[in-house]
Design a binder for this molecule. Structure first.
Ligand code: GCU
Length: 356
């Protein structure tokens, strides 16, 4: 049943090199991975500039939080760009009960910690640290080329869009976390919701240091297959939010069937690490079924590494029954478009169970 549903979407070949050769081994995959990053950079998100040599962090404030169970800090991260230094603040919360805490790098809609969509005390109680980035501290969510956008040359067709910039900043947070003794940077997850779920995916696709990549309700141009998708389309997203993408993405408006790429390629770039895709039952704009089928279609990139991708019965998923056993995890929870405590409890259960 799922096989037929995937076949009906007419996806471009994931496991074939550009020259038509089949991708059969993990070594082949390394080469295919490069092609896919090139393709998605050129046609959708834009090319990401090279990482800076060094990211430094100045601790601006530090205080006990959550009844003294954690330390909460404001840290200003700085690095050099082609047009001078850039800095942005993050909020870091580190539980005291853990020597080296695994961390959630949260690319977030608000700077507040805790916040709606970020049950910080509960996360601390599970032994996880939080590094929260307020996305507009990196660059505005508009066509305005401020912040990071002003500091790199940008090609009109292939230069990075805002999703690429927020993703790049999330990687710079991990650069900094690698310098901290109290963080287990080998267990770093990048997580985002909606447009920031797209961001988390593009970040984790490129940056293999993240051991877990979590997309919450990312939908169009995120986890959901574009071909045959309901709700939001590439045509519409590229029209309303052109600045999230590179200039070339405009050429694919209304041409899903012809595009040489589709979101399962983005998901596949996380292989063989752990990927967690989350949907909400009422979120028809994002299209839960297309998000789920995206995971099924991407699974081949895991099986080539002898890791099962999404382990699922041959049927559409049931609400509130997460699938966590494979390299790809998926759940659809009850309710609407939101990063909910319910989602967090599943993410943490997954991390605890698999040590990611
Ligand atoms: C809009 C947009 C979506 C996006 C969402 C969000 O609804 O169409 O693609 O995911 O905003 O970020 O909340």
């Amino acid at each position: 049943m799922l096989k037929e549903k995937i076949a009906a979407r007419g996806l471009p070949a994931l496991m074939r090199m550009n020259d038509g050769r089949a991708v059969k081994t993990p070594d082949d995959w390394r080469a295919r991975r490069k092609e896919l990053i090139e393709l998605l950079s050129r046609e959708e998100y834009g090319f990401t500039p090279a990482a800076p040599d060094k990211v430094s962090g100045d601790i601006e404030t530090s205080a006990d939080a959550f009844a003294g169970k954690a330390v909460q800090q404001t840290v200003r991260l700085s690095f050099d760009t082609p047009k001078g230094p850039f800095s942005f603040p993050i909020t870091l919360v580190v539980p005291k009960a853990v020597k080296k805490a695994p961390v959630f790098v949260c690319v977030a809609f608000r700077p507040n910690v805790p916040d709606t969509g970020l049950p910080a005390e509960e996360i601390v109680d599970h032994g996880f640290a939080i590094a929260n980035i307020f996305y507009k501290d990196v660059t505005d969510d508009s066509a305005v080329p401020d912040g990071l956008a002003a500091l790199y040359p940008r090609d009109e067709k292939t230069g990075w869009g805002k999703i690429g910039m927020w993703a790049f900043a999330s990687s710079r947070v991990l650069d900094y976390l690698e310098t901290r003794e109290d963080i287990d940077h080998t267990r770093a997850a990048v997580i985002g919701h909606s447009r920031l779920g797209k961001t988390a995916l593009w970040c984790g696709a490129q940056d293999e240091r993240f051991s877990l990549v979590i997309s919450n309700d990312s939908g169009c141009s995120g986890a959901a297959i574009s071909r045959g998708k309901v709700g939001e389309s590439v045509d519409r997203i590229a029209h309303v939010f052109p600045f999230w993408f590179c200039g070339n993405y405009q050429a694919w408006r209304g041409r899903d069937e012809e595009a040489p790429f589709d979101p399962p390629m983005l998901l596949a770039l996380v292989a063989p690490r752990k990927l967690y895709v989350c949907s909400a039952e009422e979120d028809s704009w994002a299209d839960p079924e297309s998000e789920f089928l995206g995971c099924v279609a991407a699974s081949e990139a895991w099986t080539i590494h002898r890791v099962p991708g999404l382990i699922t019965p041959d049927e559409l998923p049931r609400v509130g029954e997460p699938l966590m056993d494979g390299g790809i995890c998926y759940h659809v929870r009850a309710g609407s478009h939101f990063l909910s405590r319910t989602d967090w409890l599943y993410h943490m259960a997954c991390r605890e169970r698999f040590g990611v």
